[in-house]
Design a protein around this ligand. Sequence first.
Ligand SMILES: [Zn+2]
Length: 330
Amino acid sequence: MKRTQAVRATGFVLHDHQTTVKTRATLTGIGVHSGNPVTVHFLPADADTGIVFHLLKDGHLSNEEGGHEFRALVSEVGATDLCTMLGDPAGAHIGTIEHLMATVFGLGIDNLIIEIDGSEVPILDGSAMAFIDAFDLAGIETLAVKRRYIRVLKPVRVEAGASWAEFRPYDGTRFEVEIDFESPAIGRQQFASDINPDIFRRDIARARTFGFMKDVERLWAAGYALGSSLENSLVIGHDNRVINVGGLRYPNEFARHKTLDAMGDLALAGARFIGCFRSYRGGHRMNASALRRLLSDHTAFEIVETRRRERGRVAEMIAVSRPVYAPWVI
Ligand SMILES: [Zn+2]
């Protein structure tokens, strides 16, 4: 084991042991793309399990019965077109996992079994609030095994046209997300913050999915977004105004929702990162490709855990072997 540089103990680093849920919790809703009802159960899991989805068919998990198991890892991502999807878009899959995974990241849950009886996580109100309520009801349990982090050691960047995303070394876990839309209803806006469970609940979790009326009409015609409505999306009308009666939950709700999405996509690393993630005009595809780029360069990160803390503010980190559930051992 090699000692490595100390970090300020903020946010996630303050909680240096792995967690799971205390008891089972259940959520029901509809899928935004299928419009079909779906039920999700959250179950406790042992340390080093990671986040695992069980797609049940008629209550069964086995392949023969049509059930499937997916680990929530970027290596299992099969599509990033309208949402982030695990599995095979033409076969067994689970879509729209990003808001649930953002909540898992934001609340600091490391190990969880997610049973689901449909191919899409419910959209609920388009934000992370209902997931938070479910996990608050279940409670969070601390396990005896240390949590491991992916510590970013050097900048890693991906670009596509005017869009880019990058990881940078940083003493904490931080997101800086900027978007730039032609529509004056959105325009150019940014959200930048260190992340911990309190900040996630207060500043990010309530931000909703958004879309343009013209796109929704096109998607409906193609058989997508069948569950999409003003109950679960912020919609910008043909006159370039938000048409939801209640208006925005935050002045820059759009940038905050993109941050929520990025948290969900980066939760597929298999461990939380210590570093700063920045993106400009990003999206699910860009988030996944930045994460793949980081994890494919072994000189760009190390796996660390807390060895000890001094005065509760500074954590001495040590480099450790890689977690069994993480993508870099596949
Ligand atoms: Zn989203």
